[in-house]
Design a protein. Structure first.
Lengths: 309, 336
């Protein structure tokens, strides 16, 4: 995000005011599409410059295998969608990648470094941050405090420093300036001093995304960012997600909203019954028979009457 | 009926020694319960750690009383780690169970026959506080003399206890206030709301919860030290479950997650207690009779006081759930 801060001044990243204007692809979008153009659309395919690589990840709850992924790669600088029917293991896979759950077997690496056994709280400082399917805004903290919590490496978060305001005031002011900038970008600046509990559901989604950005991530993982968001706000959320890529971040998101998936993702990975069953560009995916089968069942369009089978 | 006397007593209890060491304990409990959301039902255990720390110095180890402060802190840190390591990764309820049990274990150990030589058994410890009282005398407070104005009259000894006690309240009040204004306090308050969100933002939740538990426990141990020094003895049964819940009552009365609430709550608790107690005792002197039935006997007073206080607390929770100084706006957002 550091290199991108300068350009955010010149290039308005999120302009959700005019959703019907013909979209001009940004440099980052073109780069992501070009990088993925030569990748063949098959499950577990290798990408030219992967930021997240997972191998043989398996997680079983008792007898039920929730996740069994052979190989999984996310292209750096792209927006990758992870879709699949309910119970496909998308959220479980998210939890495994971010350390909220441990796989039974398998290894994965982020930005070239192995992530086996890395504690959850170390993920953020390595540049991986996630949001949750059910928004976790801290309702009894003001919006600005929610934001400031996100900053990593805070001096004042050690209790012995906390006692002496002189030691952390300067850093706090920098963090606050950054938080205000993000709040403005996400159009939450008017709610700055309100309790997060006073925000609407959609605003909480925005706050959670903005708070995640306070950690200066390189990979942002969004778990169903569109769940419970009204259509008007969806457009603006779309813009924000695209904006993340245009700031040089990689986005991996789980979503059921196919319009959004088609609209913003550079690459789509489809999971069903714990496995990756298909990959490809949004256009590849919408014509892939395996995906249609996974969503609608293999016998869709056939008659159910026995005598005609 | 001597209403004036009852009121004077209540006011003296409001700023009295009981209110003072309760306030120290409540400041500590507030760090754990109010800010970090840790259900510590064993504050009496931490207070016992502090009290026995200073108590053991002169009477058991034969060393200077002032080492007792370090020993008391050491005991409470140990107790905090002992409670926290197995439970802080689990759901909040488990901490509640473990803390209430640990405090009882502490009390049963110190009053046991087995450890009589270390903790004095049921007799407790005495003959250790002279050094402490001597400092007051050296500062010119004659322990038998009378000091004060109007009805605020204290013996030199009581005044010395109050000065040291309320100074500790002020120090810990400022320390906690500073900490809760800092980013450290922000992390604690966020953990109270949602641990997973805080973890995803790169904070070591377990470590912060442990810090809060230990810090609150250490402050609680100072309450125990004050109690031991003020009474010049340590009695194991002072540190029963009642103590924990009275401190908790005081905190809730004042308002959780507020430094002012944690200090004024216990003061109000003791003020009201003394007021009710004095008032009911006056009633016993001029008994209300219905036929042969005497409405209130002197032996009932102790029980009835707590019944009335319970009713008052219920009414407070119904009409002012945030307590006297709590933040009503904060209370309004229950849903996560």
């Amino acid at each position: 995000m550091k290199d991108a801060d300068d350009q955010s001044a010149t290039e308005p990243v999120a302009t959700p005011d005019d959703p019907h204007a013909p979209r001009v692809l940004s440099e980052y979008a073109k780069a992501a599409k070009a990088a993925l153009a030569g990748v063949s659309p098959e499950p577990g395919v290798a990408k030219p410059d992967p930021i997240l690589v997972a191998d043989g990840i398996r997680r079983a709850f008792g007898g039920i295998v929730a996740v069994d992924v052979d190989h999984f790669e996310v292209q750096r600088g792209s927006i990758t969608a992870l879709i699949g029917p309910n119970g496909a293991g998308k959220t479980t896979f998210f939890n495994l990648m971010t350390g909220f759950d441990k796989p039974n077997t398998g290894r994965w690496s982020f930005d070239g470094a192995s992530m086996d056994g890395v504690a959850t709280h170390r993920m953020a400082s390595r540049g991986m941050v996630r949001t949750f399917q059910l928004t976790k805004s801290l309702t009894k903290l003001p919006v600005i405090e929610n934001m400031k919590l996100g900053a990593t490496g805070q001096i004042g978060e050690k209790w012995w420093n906390g006692l002496f305001p002189g030691r952390w005031k300067k850093q706090e002011a920098e963090i606050e300036a950054r938080a205000d900038e993000l709040l403005t970008r996400f159009k939450l600046d008017h709610m700055r001093d309100e309790y997060a509990g006073a925000l609407s559901g959609g605003q909480r989604k925005l706050l959670e995304m903005a708070r995640a950005l306070m950690t200066d991530p390189t990979l942002v993982m969004l778990d169903e960012p569109m769940a419970g968001v009204n259509p008007a706000l969806k457009q603006s959320l779309n813009q924000h997600v695209r904006g993340l890529r245009d700031l040089g971040m990689t986005v991996l998101f789980v979503e059921h909203d196919m319009d959004m998936v088609h609209d913003i993702s550079d690459w789509v990975i489809v999971m069903a019954e714990g496995q990756v069953i298909a990959e490809g560009t949004p256009d590849d995916i919408s014509s892939n028979p395996a995906v249609i089968d996974a969503y609608l069942g293999a016998h869709q369009g056939k008659t159910l009457l026995e005598d005609q089978v | 009926m001597d209403i004036g006397g009852v009121l004077e007593n209540a006011i003296l209890q409001f700023i009295g020694f009981n209110a003072c060491y309760y306030a120290i304990a409540a400041i500590g409990l507030n760090v754990q319960f109010g800010y970090a959301g840790l259900l510590n039902f064993g504050q009496a255990g931490f207070m016992a750690a502090g009290a026995y720390g200073v108590g053991q110095t002169a009477s058991i180890f034969g060393i200077s009383l002032w080492w007792g402060v370090l020993i008391g802190i050491g005991y409470s840190v140990f107790l905090g780690l002992l409670m926290g390591v197995p439970t802080l990764r689990l759901r909040a309820d488990y901490l509640a169970i473990v803390t209430i049990a640990s405090a009882e274990i502490v009390r049963l150990i110190v009053r046991s026959v087995k450890f009589r030589d270390q903790f004095g058994g049921t007799d407790g410890l005495k003959d250790f506080a002279d050094t402490f009282q001597q400092v007051g005398i050296n500062l010119g407070l004659d322990s038998a003399g009378e000091y004060g104005f109007w009805f605020f009259q204290f013996s030199g000894r009581t005044l010395w206890n109050l000065i040291v006690g309320w100074s500790l309240v002020a120090i810990f009040g400022v320390v906690v206030w500073l900490l809760m204004k800092s980013p450290w306090g922000r992390v604690l308050k966020a953990i109270r709301e949602d641990e997973d969100a805080v973890r995803s933002l790169g904070k070591n939740v377990f470590s912060y919860k442990m810090q809060a538990l230990v810090l609150g426990g250490v402050i609680g141990s100072f309450a125990g030290m004050m109690l031991a020094l003020g009474n010049a003895n340590v009695q194991p049964d002072n540190f029963s479950r009642d103590l924990t819940f009275f401190v908790l009552t005081g905190l809730v009365l004042g308002g959780v997650a507020k430094v002012t609430g944690s200090i004024i709550g216990p003061m109000v608790f003791w003020g009201i207690y003394s007021l009710l107690d004095g008032f009911l005792r006056e009633l016993v002197d001029k008994p209300v009779r219905i036929g042969d039935f005497r409405l209130l006997q002197s032996t009932d007073v102790g029980v009835v006081v707590f019944m009335v206080m319970g009713i008052l607390l219920v009414l407070l929770m119904v009409y002012r759930p945030q307590g006297l100084f709590g933040n009503k706006k904060e209370m309004a957002f229950e849903g996560r």
